[in-house]
Design a protein around this ligand. Structure first.
Ligand code: 5GP
Ligand code: ZN
Length: 112
């Protein structure tokens, strides 16, 4: 399998890791859209949010617990946004489930 995020998780492609536990890795986005732009990635290869299965439920919970810790460690006590792009129409470019953690300034544009 040719997955860039699996290679980052294994350390075969360099990244700036900001968090890691047994289930989740998080690293700075290569092309940051905000002062803080971290990608939170489950270590298990899941292609997209649409490919999450029943037995992944606990893992997804761990992603959000990691997000909270990362946000605190990066000084985002004023708030942050978590975004997942799922599939073609949403513009998902990397086919390994990931959540964008964005913060560090007031976000004007809201889709919802
Ligand atoms: P998507 O568009 O799939 O929701 O988000 C993919 C994100 O991965 C993009 O924001 C892009 O900048 C980031 N990205 C793509 N390749 C790499 C890489 O090799 N290293 C890092 N750190 N980020 C990457
Ligand atoms: Zn992968």
């Amino acid at each position: 399998m040719d997955c860039i995020f699996c290679e980052i998780i294994k350390g075969n492609i360099p990244s700036t890791k900001v968090y890691e536990d047994d289930f989740v890795t998080a690293f700075n986005d290569l092309n940051p859209q905000m002062p803080v732009h971290v990608l939170i990635v489950p270590k298990k290869h899941i292609a997209s949010a649409n490919d999450i299965e029943e037995n992944d439920a606990e893992l997804i919970g761990k992603v959000f617990l990691a997000a909270k810790k990362i946000a605190a460690s990066m000084g985002l006590e004023n708030g942050y946004r978590i975004i997942n792009n799922c599939g073609e129409d949403a513009g998902q470019t990397v086919k390994h489930l990931h959540f964008h953690l964005l913060g560090g300034k007031t976000m004007g544009d809201k889709i919802i």
